[in-house]
Design a protein around this ligand. Structure first.
Ligand SMILES: [Zn+2]
Length: 503
């Protein structure tokens, strides 16, 4: 097989692999929005079947030869960054996802269906004992899956890399240690300051239809194109899916004013990242952005670094006051402080911007302890509660408030939680780099001009899709490896002003 034929094989596999990803996104969207609960088990089997088919793309002889060829090929001999990117991403998939035997994927789907049902029952009865056996099975299966990918590495290492290409547990551990200590310290200072931020304005009743109009206005205001997505769904846990290069759909939730606004901005951020790849990048099947931490960095950028900034509301507050007249009695500063109020919570999805990062850190530490054999399943609730008490000074009173609070473990999401907090670190570093080249970006936002912000993010991140590895993309955008300091500095600066902290 000559070089040209190998590139052709590579392009075919990447294209078909992308089709399966798109199909998976469509199925997921349907599962979260419309699928009748009673059909869940059938759906899980079907998803397992298609995951297996996707894996099979990598299993024939021609593809194996292609992989062997490119593994020994000097990337410098490839003509373009796009080809290099395609080879790198192909080899990454070949060495990770494609190594999972199809029967393990089928087993995983069946187990997930069972675990979700048991989680629901355990959650409703607040009884961890009902969930414990299947949770143990889930971790055992994840261990087997990780071993099938790479038997020589600790399972957590393999799972983390499968979630965020190239990340190492050692790096996450170090960065999380620094971030955790920094946040706990800042939280202590805020508590001892004893300032009570008045957020009563956020709890007044509101018209849901008006909120729907407002969040649409905000998402479009930051650049989310309505013709390339939809505002169709309202769900308990908002999500977004990237189905095609011009099709990124977002959902939201209108239970509270605050949740409606910020979850929409979050999902719009995911959407923008997915949609803004260059035409060449689409042509090489590398659109959609890096999953995991990189995607979270973009969503959380629009949600917090932009959406919870004072400048954002300098521009949008009059519109909010128009939508909800009770805000006419509330000045901008009061509103700004209210949406940034630090309120440690037992639940991740209710967390404020400061303490949010601690929730995934706790989950990461516990998962690592399980995989490293440093805890057993009987002790998990106690370990969970101890960590909440240590970092957030809150102790869950029962399992439902504690480790049964969400369905993620039951849904098979193990070894991926670190992405949320890593996304914050990326975001802090991007903000720092952006301010160096576009120092007036926040002033522009205050006057309703999101062009400089979107141009910077598109130029440095969005347009490249998966062409560069996450580490390379970060280095190209910021000139550095991932640091905890930029995000911590951003938090310190922000909360010092809000809570009038001493130097
Ligand atoms: Zn997200």
């Amino acid at each position: 097989m000559d070089y040209g034929a190998k590139v052709k094989t590579l392009r075919r596999v990447m294209r078909e692999c992308r089709y399966y990803d798109s199909l998976g996104s469509l199925l997921m969207r349907d599962q979260w929005l419309e699928l009748p609960e009673r059909d869940m088990a059938y759906r899980q089997k079907m998803q397992g079947f298609f995951s297996g088919k996707q894996g099979e793309l990598f299993h024939d002889k021609e593809v194996a030869q292609c992989a062997a060829f490119f593994e020994n090929f000097d990337p410098a001999n490839l003509a373009t960054d796009l080809e290099r990117g395609m080879v790198r991403y192909f080899l990454y998939l070949y060495k990770t996802r494609a190594k999972i035997p199809p029967e393990k994927l089928a087993q995983s789907s069946a187990l997930t269906a069972r675990a979700q049902a048991l989680w629901r029952e355990a959650h409703d009865k607040s009884d961890y004992a009902l969930f414990k056996p299947v949770l143990k099975e889930m971790f055992e299966l994840k261990t087997e899956i990780a071993r099938s990918v790479d038997p020589n590495k600790p399972p957590m290492e393999v799972l983390a890399d499968m979630c965020d290409e190239g990340i190492s547990v050692e790096t996450v551990d170090r960065l999380f240690g620094e971030l955790r200590d920094g946040i706990v310290d800042l939280l202590g200072k805020i508590r001892s300051r004893g300032v009570d931020v008045d957020d009563a304005c956020l709890r007044e009743s509101f018209d849901k239809e008006e909120l729907k109009r407002l969040v649409r206005h905000l998402a479009e205001g930051v650049g989310y194109p309505p013709e390339r997505g939809e505002f169709y769904g309202e769900v308990l846990h908002p999500f977004s899916v990237s189905i095609g290069p011009s099709d990124a759909r977002i959902t939201t939730n209108y239970d509270s004013l605050q949740f409606g606004i910020f979850s929409t901005l979050h999902e719009a951020g995911h959407g923008l990242y997915s949609l803004n790849a260059d035409a060449d990048v689409v042509d090489h099947h590398l659109w959609g952005g890096h999953p995991g931490a990189f995607h979270e960095s973009q969503s959380r950028f629009y949600e917090n670094i932009v959406g919870r900034s004072r400048e954002f509301w300098v521009h949008f507050y009059p519109r909010l006051q128009e939508s909800f007249p009770h805000f006419k009695k509330v000045d901008l500063q009061t509103f700004y402080r209210a949406v940034n109020k630090v309120r440690p919570s037992l639940k991740r999805i209710l967390a404020d911007e400061l303490t949010y990062s601690l929730h995934p850190i706790i989950r990461f530490e516990i998962e690592k302890a399980i995989f490293d054999g440093k805890t057993d399943f009987d002790r998990l609730p106690e370990l969970w509660n101890d960590k909440y008490e240590e970092y957030l000074s809150l102790r869950p009173q029962n399992d439902r408030e504690g480790l049964l609070q969400d369905m993620h473990w039951g849904g098979g999401y193990i070894g991926y939680f670190q992405s949320y907090t890593l996304g914050n670190l990326y975001g802090g570093q991007f903000r720092h780099a952006m301010l160096k080249t576009v120092p007036n970006v926040y002033e522009e936002i205050a006057s309703g001009n999101f062009g400089p912000l979107n141009s910077w993010l598109t130029e440095h991140i969005h347009r490249h899709g998966r062409v560069y590895s996450p580490q390379d993309l970060l280095a190209r955008a910021t000139g550095e490896t991932l640091k905890s300091g930029y995000f911590l500095d951003y938090l310190r600066e922000k909360y010092k002003e809000i809570y009038k902290l001493p130097d």
